[in-house]
Write a protein that binds this ligand. Structure first.
Ligand code: ATP
Ligand code: MN
Length: 469
């Protein structure tokens, strides 16, 4: 253990490959991926999370004691000072000739779970608290972060305002999915009303509350004041859907725009997704290429294909006709009025059109109450964006702007008015045509990383029966 690194500026590994640094003294800090070598020289691959790339550290055993180096095991953490020199080795342009090292923390090889390469994704899910230290999860998490930045940048550049909608809500009328209750009532001694129901007036908020399933309704309040807003935050759904595309806690982006009709809404959705994918391909190139090489050889090509091709736009009715005439035996039968299953969506996208599809004008029965009703009395101005591998990635609509029609629909569906008065005020005062959509962030990250299970694209997945880390 030599000098403290205190006085020397640390260089992140992502910046170390700058040719201007060659033949200078540098300080790097990170975690050991591997150590190998012989009696004369030892090589350590060090990673600090700033890039998929490791830097090779060379220990000349004429300068270091072999015993001392034994503490440098996979997973341990180090500070290294040394000379950055061109490398003779394959696959790297430079390496560091170690002059001093400090071991920050050891990692016992008999217990550290990430000893070797090539763990399965299933195994890594069991150790989700450590999996960010693998190449795969490092890459995924960096891509995720780059995509989050792309989203904020896209909307900011367009003059949208970022609106924070509540996570705790008292209105249970969105219809998007089952909700997680939020309460401080004692579970073993619930206060009851005279009728024997739970007396929520005694609860924290004086009424029943839950975690939000969508920020849209509040987003509409923002859009009809600021013109165009977007939300980007967590949403919670207590459905028992154990699929590779559903989480109980996921992040959603919900833009909402005054004066947009359905066509402009579709244009925005298409431009938005293409922008995010291009941004990631540009800013997270190394990570995407790594994931492509490891998991999905067609990934980059598929991403470029989506960027460079127009999405197909057709109505639900036309889509159902294609499915009925496909001659395909689906697990769930297809008929007009059915809520399309993922196998139907994927047939249209992957087999029939071989392009992303925006499906519009769905039967009103299978869509939410707030969607604008068409003249035909049967369909609403919904739009779902369907993607290869993923199925539905975006769900949106033009909103019903007419007070009377909206109220009638609310009554038909028996939605309690006491929950809705504030929402109806957007139509009562200065109502305007407006539209919006919701993009499931993890579904976008799935698509861009080429992963196939949504549990692998969020750092701490919550699914039925799982909230461990
Ligand atoms: P699905 O039919 O796939 O269950 P949905 O129609 O219930 O989705 P919406 O209410 O339209 O979903 O939500 C908007 C978007 O949020 C969806 O297009 C999808 O990208 C994403 N999403 C919805 N539910 C989940 C979930 N449980 N986990 C992750 N993302 C989700
Ligand atoms: Mn939907």
């Amino acid at each position: 253990m030599a000098n403290s690194s205190y006085n020397m500026k640390r260089t992140k590994i992502v910046d170390i490959f700058d040719p201007a640094l060659l033949d200078t003294s540098v300080c790097v800090k990170g975690w050991v991926r591997t150590r190998r070598g012989n009696k004369h020289v030892q090589f350590v691959a060090l990673n600090d999370g700033s890039t998929i790339k490791n830097i090779q550290i060379v220990f000349d055993l004429s300068k270091f004691d072999e015993e001392q180096l034994k503490a440098i095991t996979t997973g341990s953490s180090l500070c290294i000072i040394g000379q950055l020199v061109p490398s003779m080795g394959k696959g790297q342009t430079c390496e560091i000739q170690a002059e001093t090292f400090e071991l920050y923390g050891s990692a016992d090889p008999t217990t550290y779970p990430l000893q070797k390469k090539g763990h399965t994704l299933e195994f890594l899910r069991e150790i989700a608290h450590l999996r960010p230290r693998t190449n795969t999860f490092g890459a995924i998490l960096r891509v995720r972060s780059v995509l989050a930045y792309a989203i904020h940048k896209f909307f900011n550049d367009k003059g949208f305002f970022y609106l924070n909608t509540p996570l705790i809500t008292a209105s249970d009328c969105e219809g998007a999915g089952a909700m997680f209750q939020v309460t401080t009532l004692p579970m073993n001694d619930l206060p009851k009303t005279e009728e024997g129901d739970i007396d929520y007036s005694k609860d924290f908020f004086g009424k029943a509350a839950a975690l939000t399933v969508s920020g849209q309704l509040e987003g509409e309040l923002g859009a009809t004041a600021l013109g165009a807003i977007y939300t980007f935050g967590p949403t919670f759904r207590a459905e028992n859907s154990n699929t590779p595309r559903h989480l109980s806690e996921f992040w959603m982006i919900e833009p909402e725009m005054a004066f947009y009709e359905i066509e402009e809404n579709m244009d925005l959705a298409e431009e938005f997704i293409k922008y995010c994918i291009s941004f990631a391909l540009d800013k997270a190139k190394d990570d995407i290429e790594f994931l492509a090489q490891m998991y999905d050889k067609d990934l980059v090509e598929r991403l470029k294909f989506v960027i460079h091709n127009d999405f197909v736009r057709l109505t639900y009715t036309e889509g159902v006709k294609i499915l009925e005439q496909s001659g395909r035996k689906f697990e769930f039968p297809v008929y007009w009025g059915v809520d399309l299953a993922s196998e139907h969506e994927r047939y249209l996208v992957e087999e029939h059109f071989k392009k992303p599809v925006i499906l519009t004008d769905y039967p009103k029965e299978i869509k939410a109450f707030y969607m604008k009703q068409n003249e035909d009395g049967k369909t609403v101005r919904a739009m779902d964006v369907l993607f290869p591998q993923i199925g539905e990635i975006i769900g949106g609509s033009e909103r019903e702007a007419d007070y009377d029609k909206l109220l009638k629909r609310i009554e038909e569906l028996g939605i309690p008015m006491k929950d809705m008065w504030w929402y109806l005020d957007t139509r009562r005062y200065g109502s305007v045509p407006h539209s919006g959509f919701g993009l499931g962030f993890e579904r976008l990250v799935l698509f861009v990383t080429g992963m196939t299970n949504i549990r692998d694209v969020i750092p701490f997945p919550r699914t039925p029966g799982n909230a461990e880390f």
